[in-house]
Each structure stands twice: as structure tokens, then as C-alpha cells.
Design a protein. Structure first.
Ligand code: FES
Length: 135
């Protein structure tokens, strides 16, 4: 696998609003979900607490919530709530943050950026993928 590239990983129709979709790509267990604005999110699927699969989690207020102890992560993978802590706690949760993968959807195809650098440009695609006369 060549790092720092866009890769087509799923079809858009596989990711339903309010649902979590799991997929294994690049040897990584990933989850995909949509926020209330339709933003597509891709995160590593293992909870940073005890490694429960977030594929069995639920989407609440644009966060993915772990099915085991209820830790919540926002779309960037940032841990934003730990149930044993008060809401609005000032604790540093950075050790619980998940890996986040930049996502693009073009012509019904979901692309993720796989690498250790910031994404460069948009994924390459054929014009026919977005031509309404063809799709
Ligand atoms: S394993 Fe996810 S919150 Fe504990």
C-alpha cells in the first residue's frame, strides 16, 4: 500500500444516516457514519479505552458512542465525553483520541486519505462518475 494517497473504499449508499458502517481497509478496522449535516466521518473502530468495537456503537448528536462504557468521540476522533466525568469536565482526554481519516465522496464513491501527511488535493476520478447524463 502506498501511503499518502486517496483510496476508494466504499460506495456511498453503504453508509446510511444514523447508522455505523464497519469496514476493514489497509489492515485497519474502520467505522464510517454521517453527521446530521451529512458530513461523512471515518475513524479507527477500536475504542481507546478498552478496545471495544465502535462498529457496535451508536451515533448521538454527531458523536459516536462506545457500546461498552459510553465514551463519546466527535467526528475528528477527539474524545469529548467520558461518562464517569461530569459534562463540561476540563480533564485532558487527548490520550483517548482516535485516528481520523479525511474523507471525500465523489460520484457515489467514498475515498479516504491513507497516510501520515495532510491530504493533497482531491481524489482522482473519471468525469463520467459525476456526469448526470451517465449516472
Ligand atoms: S471500551 Fe469504550 S468506553 Fe470503555
Amino acid at each position: 500500500m502506498i501511503k499518502n494517497q486517496w483510496y476508494a473504499v466504499l460506495s456511498s449508499h453503504q453508509i446510511k444516516s444514523g447508522m455505523v458502517t464497519a469496514a476493514k481497509r489497509f489492515g485497519q478496522n474502520l467505522i464510517f457514519f454521517r453527521t446530521s449535516t451529512g458530513e461523512l466521518v471515518c475513524l479507527n473502530s477500536l475504542c481507546a479505552h478498552r478496545g471495544a468495537s465502535l462498529a457496535k456503537g451508536c451515533v448521538n448528536n454527531d458523536h459516536i458512542q462506545c457500546p461498552f462504557h459510553g465514551i463519546e468521540y466527535e467526528s475528528t476522533g477527539k474524545c469529548v465525553h467520558i461518562p464517569s466525568e461530569d459534562k463540561g469536565s476540563k480533564e485532558d482526554y487527548s490520550r483517548f483520541h482516535l485516528i481520523h481519516y479525511p474523507v471525500h465522496e465523489i460520484g457515489g464513491i467514498v475515498f479516504i486519505w491513507y497516510g501520515d501527511k495532510d491530504p493533497v488535493g482531491e481524489p482522482d476520478y473519471f468525469d463520467a462518475m459525476t456526469d448526470p447524463a451517465i449516472i
